[in-house]
Design a protein around this ligand. Structure first.
Ligand code: ATP
Ligand code: MG
Length: 233
């Protein structure tokens, strides 16, 4: 891949709800470089999750330009965007989004199904990732047989199984006690040391302070650092 992993330029996202327009993002410019470690902070409703969904190719902007892995998302069909997402991005949701009646191993292996990886290889790779996040002894447990921190680590393993260059994590420590949150954060930092770019949303100033850079959102805009005349960050 050449160029930065993700480049957003003047990106807007307006939700239409019952005839009312909700401008969740009002013109955001942001570059996620290879090897970045970026924290996104801001009050509730400021547009952080909306931005993360866009950066992850889970949603499309209503205006501006968004380039993921060198591809302009507006030029891609839905299946093309899904393939790009599967190749470049790992996404960790705040509420885990694990399949409830499915073992940790099969949850982690799922993104490989869409890649056409064979079952044996999928199981081996999923087990290796669960080992990496310290859950080698829990591969056959279902989510309701795991603690919150363990479920979060399964979600991280699932995001990593495809070998993404960017990991996007929306409040990865939000539901965890401080010790478990610390374990999840150390895990993210070891991935960063291996070259994975990390973008995380957090309400915790200590977590944000550990990132190498930080953006603050308010009312659908990045207010800190202040935009430069060219709009780049
Ligand atoms: N699907 C949707 N339809 C309509 N409005 C939405 C939708 N999703 C989000 N919004 C609105 O867009 C704004 C930004 O929401 P977003 O979820 O990005 O905020 P956030 O910064 O992640 O907040 P939090 O810290 O509470 O998670 C909010 O005003 C929200 O009500
Ligand atoms: Mg949110």
């Amino acid at each position: 891949m050449t160029g930065p992993a993700i480049v957003a330029t003047g990106v807007t996202r307006t939700y239409e709800l019952d005839g009312v327009s909700v401008p969740a993002l009002r013109g955001v410019s942001l570059t996620v470089a290879d090897g970045d470690y970026l924290a996104v902070v801001g009050t509730s409703g400021s547009g952080k999750s909306t931005l993360m969904h866009l950066l992850g190719g889970l949603d499309r902007p209503t205006g501006g330009t968004l380039v993921i892995g060198g591809r302009d998302v507006t030029s891609l069909s839905a299946p093309e965007l899904a393939r790009l997402r599967n190749e470049v991005i790992g996404f960790v949701f705040q509420s885990f989004h694990l399949l409830p009646r499915t073992t940790a191993r099969d949850n982690v292996a799922l993104p490989l199904v869409y890649r056409g990886v064979g079952r044996r290889e999928r199981r081996a790779r999923a087990a290796a990732l669960l080992e990496r996040v310290g859950l080698g002894h829990r591969i056959d447990h279902r989510p309701n047989q795991l603690s919150g921190g363990e479920q979060q680590r399964v979600a991280i393993a699932r995001a990593l199984v495809t070998g993404p260059s960017v990991l996007l994590a929306d409040e990865p420590t939000g539901n965890l006690d401080s010790a478990t949150g610390e374990a999840v954060l150390s895990l993210l930092e070891s991935l960063h040391a291996d070259g994975v770019a990390i973008v995380l949303v957090t309400h915790d100033s200590e977590v944000a302070a550990r990132a190498h850079r930080r953006i603050v959102m308010r009312d659908g805009l990045i207010v800190d650092p202040a935009p430069t005349p060219g709009g780049d960050r």
